[in-house]
Each structure stands twice: as structure tokens, then as C-alpha cells.
Design a protein around this ligand. Structure first.
Ligand code: FAD
Length: 472
């Protein structure tokens, strides 16, 4: 029997032939990632139906030194969930979807890793609770995936990122043992925080099979507006005043260049123009109000912002349909770029007060590299995370921008360093930034990371080459 056939038989015997794919046409959806930057192929895609099956796979992989890649919804943007070398085995968690517990009194729910974020939000809603993580990929990305990448999204300002929303995880280790850390405790000081090791590890330290997640009261009203600002500096000042006036009512604060709205109109993505009037920059801001809170908080903040001449105009949502349209417009900031031109992207963060300098210096740097390049810096201003993208100049021939990518990346990451920022704010490292991490991360921190990897995965079979490049 050929080696691949023997492996197929072995895996089929472990978890059932219906849960083992070995033909490339069946595996295509698991091998291709959203940005289509990587094309190495897996040898198999496995879809285990229980935690025990995940354990059996890892015992087999450990004995046979087979590289495995955990995969959630396959929405990751740094190539962590797809093969690097080719021949790795993808373990998709999509069939692990049980809701193990929902405990409104403790405000905790325990769900399995394959539950999507949207499903998790809906399950919480049925108990009149909020699971606040909110991101454009929420219909597909899974709890195991968002925890493994420590995903952020549009509500980090108020609720924190995925790490902050997680109280504990259950995970299968490289040798197949099960770590049960499904804590419901808000206080538990019993040594190293193993949950925080596995969260953000991008599948390199264990396979998350379930998680206990924090729940919150559900807002009764949302107040949402698109503000006109002159420049990013005004945005920082608006944020300062908004926080002073509203406390923690403000749950989203997104900075948006007007170019994104123009491109959505041009490419038929916008139902209507959401702007009150023309302005170079906008802030999409949302307040969440709870039971017993009087509506109108947003309007009174807007009055103060007008008075201080920090905003020149505002379009205030009058209905849930308006709000939905406004958030769709925000989500389309990615798609309108794809439709317009080739682009170069950076997911970075700096302290909020440094955002104006980041954008000023970033734009100047890029203009020097490619005169006429179109700056497209947008995102989660409230937590310092900017998606700093550049679009090819209007008349640039297709394919030419790629040749300038290295110069743009180097220039951008140098500015980020200068401003005490991070080379990856919310998308993670994956295979895309593994080399960059070696250059930018503090050497002591890197050594600690390699020591942890060696201790938990001595054979290097869990997502090898991702996050940490191989050392000779
Ligand atoms: C349209 C769009 C919008 C997005 N918006 C945001 C945003 O606002 N904020 C943000 O942070 N990200 C965003 N992303 C990126 C992406 O959605 C997130 O990184 C998400 O957390 C990935 O989840 P996933 O289930 O798809 O994981 P995958 O893409 O399948 O995997 C991501 C990483 O996690 C590992 N992994 C997956 N599941 C497990 C598991 N059970 N155990 C161990 N490791 C695992 C994989 O090996 C890989 O390294 C967006 C992506 C798209 C396509």
C-alpha cells in the first residue's frame, strides 16, 4: 500500500473515513485563504466530531511526527490556518459545536471551538445577554479561531479583545493529553495563566476545543452617528472629549477616510451616501445604553463637539435600518479597496495620541516610494489599531505595486517602531509576519517564546513555522 493510502487508512480507522479528506478538490475550501496569498497544499483535511477524536489524531501525529494545522473558519489574514511547507494535515474544528453550559447568573457560557462568533452572539441573546465581540468575519470565524488569534474588532474600546472575553479554555496538547481549564472564575490566582498562553498562540501550543466566555448585559438602545472631522488629530481630540462626557457609553470609535465612502459609491456597494456633507475624514461612533438609561446621550455630546469646533457636521442614525446601513458601510472598507485597485496592507497599532503622527509620516513615506499612491488608513482609532493600507495610483499597471511592497513595509514598520507601536495589532503573525517578528521582537521575549514552544511541543508538530520561524 502507498504511504498516503496507508495514512488515509490509519486516520479513517481513528475518526471514520467520512471525516478524512485526501482529494485536492474536496480540500480546496480549506487550503485557500481570504487573501489568496498562499497556495501550499495539505496532505489531508480532518473534521473530527468530538474532543476524543482530536486527542486520537494528536496521539497519532505525535507518534508519527506529522505536522498539523488547526483550522477554524479559515478567515485569518496572515496565513496561520493554511499550509506553509505543503503536506501538513489540517484539523478543522468545524464539527465541534456543542453549547456545554450557559449560566446567566455567573454571566458565563461554555461553547465548543467550532461555534461561530455569530452563533455565539445568538445563543447569548436567547438568554438576554451580550457576547460583545463584533467583526466583519463573524458569520464564519469560530471561537477557537478568534481566541487563537486574540481577535479584536469594533467593540474592543468597551469590552476588550478576545483574550479579555475568555475565562478559560480546554485544549488538546501536542501529545494528545487534554488540558481542562474551563474556569468560570473571575478570581483564580493559582499560578501561571495557561489560558493566556493558549490564547493568541495561533495553534502553535495546543488545539483549543472549548472555551468559557464572559457574557454582558444587553444594551437596550444604540445611538450611532457619522461625524465629519478635518483630520486625525481632531479625531483624537473628539475621542478624549467623548470619553470624558460619556464614560463607558461609547462602545465603538472608528476613523474613516472619506475615500472609502467614495469608492463604495463608485463600485455600487453603498445603498446611499451616509455622509451629512463632504469632509476629508469621518468618525463612526456608537453609544450603547442600558436598561433605565435615558436616550439622548449622543446628541448632547454632539452639541459639545460642535461648540468646541471639533466636528463640522454629523449624520445621526434615526432607525435600526440606518444603523445597519452605517455598519455595512464600515465593513465595506475592505471590499471597496479590492474592487478599486491592488493594495498593500498593514495591521498596526500605536498609542492613540500618536495616530496623527503615524498617518502624517506614513503618507509622506509612501508618497516618496510611489508618487501618487493612495493612502487608505482606517480602523479602530479608539484602541489605537489602524489598518494602514495603500492603493495603487490610478494609472499604475497591474502587478507593479507588488514590487514596491518591501519598501512600503520597511518604511511603515520603522515609523511604527519610532512611535512605540506593534507590527500586528489584531490579525496575528501566522506565516506572513514570522520573519518580521524575528527582527522586531525583543530578543529575550523571543527566547522565552521558543522555550515555551519547546516545552509544550517538543517535536514541533503544532503549526510549525507559524509565529516562530524555525531555528537551526
Ligand atoms: C472580512 C474579514 C474581516 C475581519 N475583521 C477582523 C477584525 O475586525 N478584527 C480581527 O481581529 N480580525 C479580523 N479578521 C481576521 C479573522 O477573522 C480573525 O483573525 C479570526 O479570529 C480568525 O478566526 P477563524 O476561526 O477564521 O480562524 P482561522 O483563520 O481558521 O485560524 C486563524 C489562526 O488560529 C488557529 N486556530 C484556529 N482554530 C484553532 C483552534 N481551535 N485551536 C488552536 N488554533 C486554532 C489557526 O491555526 C490559525 O493560526 C477579519 C477577516 C475577514 C476575512
Amino acid at each position: 500500500m502507498s504511504a498516503p493510502k496507508a495514512r488515509f487508512e490509519a486516520l479513517a480507522a481513528l475518526i471514520g473515513a467520512q471525516n478524512v479528506m485526501g482529494e485536492s478538490k474536496d480540500m480546496a475550501a480549506f487550503a485557500e485563504e481570504p487573501r489568496r496569498l498562499y497556495n501550499a497544499q495539505p496532505s489531508f483535511v480532518l473534521t473530527p466530531t468530538s474532543v476524543e477524536d482530536v486527542q486520537k489524531i494528536m496521539v497519532w501525529a505525535n507518534e508519527n511526527a506529522v505536522a498539523v494545522i488547526p483550522q477554524g473558519g479559515n478567515t485569518g489574514l496572515v496565513g496561520g490556518q493554511v499550509p506553509l511547507d505543503g503536506g501538513e494535515v489540517i484539523i478543522s474544528l468545524k464539527k465541534l459545536k456543542a453549547v456545554r453550559d450557559i449560566d446567566p447568573a455567573t454571566n458565563v457560557m461554555i461553547v465548543e471551538a467550532g461555534t461561530t462568533v455569530l452563533e455565539t452572539q445568538q445563543i447569548a441573546e436567547e438568554k438576554n445577554r451580550l457576547f460583545p465581540l463584533s467583526l466583519g468575519s463573524e458569520g464564519s470565524c469560530q471561537i477557537g479561531g478568534i481566541l487563537s488569534t486574540n481577535a479584536g474588532g469594533t467593540a474592543v474600546l468597551a469590552y476588550g479583545n478576545s483574550r479579555d472575553l475568555c475565562m478559560g479554555v480546554e485544549a488538546v496538547l501536542a501529545d494528545g493529553r487534554l488540558y481542562n481549564g474551563l474556569s468560570k472564575l473571575r478570581k483564580d490566582n493559582t499560578g501561571y495563566d495557561l489560558k493566556d498562553l493558549l490564547v493568541g498562540a495561533e495553534g502553535t501550543l495546543g488545539i483549543i476545543t472549548a472555551a468559557s466566555l464572559k457574557l454582558f448585559p444587553r444594551p437596550t438602545t444604540f445611538e450611532t452617528a457619522l461625524l465629519n472631522i478635518e483630520n486625525p488629530q481632531a479625531g483624537v481630540e473628539v475621542l478624549e472629549m467623548v470619553r470624558r462626557k460619556s464614560g463607558n457609553k461609547v462602545t465603538s470609535f472608528e476613523v474613516l477616510p472619506t475615500l472609502g465612502i467614495e469608492l463604495q459609491i463608485k463600485h455600487g456597494l453603498a445603498e446611499r451616501d451616509p455622509r451629512a456633507s463632504a469632509s476629508p475624514w469621518h468618525i463612526l461612533m456608537e453609544y450603547s445604553l442600558f436598561d433605565g438609561e435615558e436616550p439622548g446621550a449622543l446628541m448632547s455630546t454632539l452639541e459639545a463637539l460642535f461648540e468646541a469646533e471639533l466636528i463640522s457636521d454629523a449624520s445621526v442614525c434615526q432607525s435600526l435600518a440606518d444603523r445597519k446601513m452605517m455598519w455595512l458601510m464600515r465593513e465595506n472598507y475592505a471590499e471597496c479597496q479590492t474592487r478599486e485597485a491592488e493594495g498593500i496592507k498593514h495591521d498596526i497599532s500605536v498609542p492613540v495620541k500618536n495616530i496623527p503622527e503615524l498617518i502624517e509620516r506614513g503618507d509622506a513615506m509612501a508618497e516618496k516610494v510611489i508618487p501618487g499612491i493612495r493612502s487608505f488608513a482606517f480602523g479602530h482609532m479608539g484602541d489605537g489599531n489602524i489598518h494602514y493600507d495603500f492603493l495603487a495610483p490610478i494609472d499604475m499597471p497591474k502587478g507593479e505595486l507588488r514590487g514596491h511592497a518591501a519598501a512600503l513595509h520597511d518604511g511603515m514598520y520603522e515609523i511604527v517602531d519610532d512611535l512605540n507601536g506593534s507590527i500586528s495589532a489584531e490579525h496575528g503573525i501566522g506565516q506572513m509576519k514570522a520573519g518580521l517578528l524575528q527582527q522586531k521582537k525583543d530578543p529575550v521575549a523571543l527566547d522565552m517564546m521558543y522555550s515555551i514552544k519547546q516545552a509544550l511541543d517538543p517535536k514541533g508538530i503544532l503549526n510549525p513555522g507559524k509565529v516562530l520561524s524555525r531555528r537551526n
